[in-house]
Design a protein around this ligand. Structure first.
Ligand code: HEC
Length: 188
C-alpha cells in the first residue's frame, strides 16, 4: 500500500513537473513576449517624444534662419552696402509674411530644451505676449510691403521691421538672445 502510494506520488510528481515545464515554457514565452512588447513600446514612445522635441526645434531654427537670411539682404541695402532693389525688398517682406505664422506651432511644451535651442523659457510663460509679437511682426511686414515703393520709402520704413526683430531679440530678458548673438549662430 505504502509502495503503491509512493509510486503514485512519484507518478504525479512526474506529470506535475512535465506540466509545469510546459506551462513554464509557455509562460516564459508569454513573459518574453510581454517584455519585448513593452520594450518596443518604450522605445517607440521615446523615439516619438524625442523626435517631437528635436523636430520642432530644428524646424523653428530653420524658419528663423530663412527669416534672418531674407532680413540680411534687406539690411545690407538699408545700410547702403548693396544697391537698392525693390524686387528683393518685396521678396524679403513676402518671406516674413509666409514664415512668421509657422513659428506659432513650433514651440510645443516638449521643446523647451535640447537641439541647441536659444528659445527663452519666457516663451512658454508668456505665451500670449509672444504670439502678439509674432502678429505684430507680420502686420509690420504687410504694412511695409504696402508702403515701400522706392528707395526713399524703403529707407523710411525698413528700420521699423528691424526694430520689430528686437521685440523678441533683446539685450536681456527677451524671448530670444540679442540679434548679434543669434546672427553669430546663423553663420556657424
Ligand atoms: C516672435 C519672436 C521673434 C522675432 C520677432 C524674431 N525672432 Fe529670431 N528667433 C526667435 C527665437 C525664439 C529664436 C531661437 C530659436 C531656437 O533656438 O529655438 C530665434 C533665432 C534667431 C536666429 C538664430 C537662428 C539659428 O541659427 O538657430 C537668428 C539669426 C534670428 N533669430 C534672426 C532674427 C531676425 C533678423 C529677426 C527680424 C527680421 C528675428 N529674428 C525676429 C524669435 C524671434
Amino acid at each position: 500500500m505504502e509502495e503503491y502510494s509512493r509510486e503514485k506520488a512519484r507518478h504525479f510528481c512526474c506529470i506535475a513537473a512535465v506540466t509545469l515545464q510546459v506551462v513554464a515554457a509557455e509562460e516564459r514565452e508569454e513573459i518574453m513576449r510581454l517584455i519585448l512588447a513593452s520594450l518596443v513600446g518604450i522605445s517607440v514612445g521615446a523615439t516619438v517624444v524625442l523626435a517631437q522635441n528635436l523636430d520642432a526645434i530644428k524646424q523653428r531654427r530653420d524658419t528663423m534662419k530663412t527669416i534672418a537670411k531674407a532680413s540680411g539682404v534687406n539690411f545690407k541695402m538699408m545700410k547702403g552696402e548693396t544697391p537698392f532693389d525693390l524686387a528683393k525688398v518685396k521678396s524679403g517682406l513676402q518671406t516674413f509674411q509666409e514664415q512668421f505664422p509657422k513659428l506659432k506651432a513650433l514651440f510645443p511644451e516638449d521643446s523647451k530644451t535640447g537641439g541647441d535651442t536659444d528659445a527663452s523659457p519666457k516663451i512658454w510663460q508668456q505665451r500670449a505676449e509672444f504670439e502678439a509679437v509674432i502678429d505684430k511682426f507680420i502686420a509690420d511686414a504687410k504694412a511695409a510691403a504696402g508702403t515701400i515703393k522706392d528707395e526713399a520709402s524703403f529707407k523710411a520704413e525698413y528700420p521699423k521691421i528691424v526694430n520689430s526683430c528686437g521685440n523678441c531679440h533683446k539685450e536681456k530678458d527677451g524671448f530670444a538672445p540679442r540679434l548679434a548673438d543669434s546672427f553669430k549662430k546663423l553663420n556657424q
